[in-house]
Design a protein around this ligand. Structure first.
Ligand SMILES: Nc1ncnc2c1ncn2[C@@H]1O[C@H](COP(=O)(O)OP(=O)(O)OP(=O)(O)O)[C@@H](O)[C@H]1O
Ligand SMILES: [Mg+2]
Length: 152
């Protein structure tokens, strides 16, 4: 059994393929379960990461598969920080993009940022047109004893 609650850091670089959304989610989940946290926290982080990575692939790279998505994640004293970065088209108006139900795609819900914001303690979006987008997701992982943790 590995040591619990140790500080940790990972960096991952992968192709902008839709199947890599699940890959990123599993990787982050495996990092989070190293900390004594709740299933709720784990599930919430998984959703937030999926939304950020999906956005990088679908919007940032407009579903073009020959691009790179970067993820860096660290846990320091139980504080999780995940950075999802693309070098895609960028966001013209971040505030507008984060508005509930706003989407540049008519067939999408425009709820990705809503999930990220409600499931994480802090969401920061840095973006530049033609340069790319960086989404910083932060959450304090706590075990309040209300929920037993299980493996992913
Ligand atoms: N990485 C990104 N690069 C470029 N544009 C982005 C990126 N992430 C988000 N956006 C823009 O922000 C908008 C809102 O994103 P959000 O995830 O909230 O909704 P959505 O992706 O359109 O729909 P849903 O997530 O519900 O499928 C997107 O429609 C897109 O225009
Ligand atoms: Mg989205």
């Amino acid at each position: 059994m590995a040591m619990k609650n140790r500080d940790n850091y990972i960096k991952l670089e992968f192709s902008s393929l839709p199947e890599n959304v699940a890959l990123a989610r599993v990787l982050i989940a495996s990092l989070v379960v190293q900390v004594d946290t709740t299933i709720t926290d784990l599930e919430e982080v998984k959703v937030a990461v999926s939304e950020a990575v999906s956005n990088a692939i679908i919007h940032g790279y407009q579903n073009e598969p020959n691009n790179i998505v970067n993820i860096e994640a660290k846990i320091v004293a139980g504080e999780l920080e995940i950075v999802v970065e693309d070098s895609g088209i960028g966001i013209e108006d971040v505030e507008k993009a984060m508005t509930p139900t706003f989407s540049t795609h008519p067939d999408r819900m425009g709820l990705g940022f809503v999930f990220m914001k409600s499931f994480m303690d802090n969401v920061e979006v840095l973006s530049e047109i033609g340069k790319g987008t960086k989404v910083v997701l932060q959450k304090k992982l706590v075990n309040d004893g209300s929920c037993a943790r299980v493996a992913t």
